[in-house]
Write a protein that binds this ligand. Structure first.
Ligand code: B12
Length: 284
């Protein structure tokens, strides 16, 4: 891990030398986070800026990019990459919990500005209702929130039930709302059993009509998740979670939901080889 090129901003960032270098050659300093990634131009600048946790600078970079006619979907991807980068900084000790929280808040504010542009480029009609939530024990919500923003920007009605939901309460809410699809976020191994429980409860509750498909968003298959020795990590993860579908990021969720509601099935089934391994990290 190289020395930071400049002092970290006051909020959220640790001033001391953090741990080992990141996988994949990217240097983990707020100034050089994406040096090994495919991000370029305005999206790169936006992702870099998010990683410095300076809200004003993020909004300036975002407005500059939109004024320059940059594709708003690419900018949403940049925010996702920036969020993952902050997660990495946290893991290496270069950023505190307060920094993670701040990143979540900056993304919320930035997405508020970005959503109208994404909506303008996308469909206006309501595509279907997606209920989102995180199982009991798991309070990670940055990924779920991003998925919610993008689904709603792409014409889906989104009902976000929040985090830490026991399976029975999750089910009760599903039965009340009657969604077309259910999206679950799980990053903690300890909460996987709760996901399986929910999937079973949903199947058992819908005896007289088709149950809404349950998809799980888990791009970062962390320690303890299947290693994918058979070569198809997505399918391994799907079986492990006992879910109907697995998506790796928020855009995949948009594609999956669209495809399922159009009756075209899972566009990613059999495409699991593309899933990055734990060794490669999440999005850097
Ligand atoms: C940020 C973070 C935290 C934050 C959470 C803040 C928050 N509000 O979410 C804090 C500090 C609170 C935290 C706490 C803990 N954490 Co934590 N955390 C992380 C970290 C560093 C980044 C996760 C993140 O937000 N990434 C950024 C987002 C954008 O990426 P993402 O979540 O992967 O989401 C993308 C996709 O997965 C997908 N997606 C995700 N969710 C969903 C949902 C849907 C519906 C869809 C469609 C898509 C989707 O789309 C997203 C973007 O496109 C990860 C390590 C990592 N590199 O991922 C560990 C990690 C998840 N944490 C871990 C652990 C162990 C914990 C703690 C138990 C630590 C402790 N000992 O206290 C606690 C548990 C708290 C709890 N009960 O939930 C482990 C889990 C290991 C495991 N397999 O069980 C990890 C993997 C770290 C590690 N390497 O060990 N953590």
């Amino acid at each position: 891990m190289p020395e930071p090129e400049a002092p970290f901003p006051e909020s959220g960032m640790a001033a001391t030398e953090p741990g080992p270098p990141a996988q994949g050659g990217a240097s983990l300093t707020p100034q050089g986070l994406f040096s090994g990634s495919a991000l370029t131009g305005y999206p790169r600048k936006l992702a870099d800026t998010l990683a410095t946790l300076d809200e004003g600078a993020v909004l300036t970079a975002l407005r500059e990019a939109l004024d320059a006619g940059e594709d708003p979907k690419g900018l949403a991807d940049a925010l996702t990459a920036g969020a993952s980068a902050v997660g990495k900084l946290f893991e290496t000790g270069a950023c505190y919990i307060s920094g993670l929280m701040l990143a979540g808040e900056i993304i919320r504010v930035a997405m508020d500005e970005l959503l109208p542009a994404i909506r303008a480029a996308g469909p206006a009609r309501r595509r279907g209702l997606v209920v989102l939530g995180t199982p009991a024990g798991d309070f990670h919500d940055l990924g779920k929130n991003l998925a919610g923003y993008l689904l709603s920007a792409n014409g889906f009605e989104v009902s976000d039930l929040g985090t830490g939901l026991p399976a029975r309460i999750f089910l009760k809410e599903i039965l009340q709302r009657e969604p077309d699809l259910v999206g679950v976020s799980v990053l903690l191994l300890a909460s996987v059993e709760e996901v399986r429980r929910l999937v079973r409860l949903v199947k058992d509750a819908y005896t007289d009509r088709p149950a809404p498909p349950v998809f799980v968003g888990c791009g970062f298959l962390g320690p303890g998740f299947p290693s994918g020795e058979g070569g198809d990590r997505r399918e391994d993860a799907r079986r492990f979670l006992e879910a109907d579908h697995v998506v790796l990021d928020a855009w995949e969720a948009v594609r999956l939901c669209r495809s399922l509601l159009e009756g075209k099935g899972d566009p990613f089934a059999g495409a699991g080889r593309a899933v990055p391994g734990v060794a490669e990290g999440s999005s850097l």
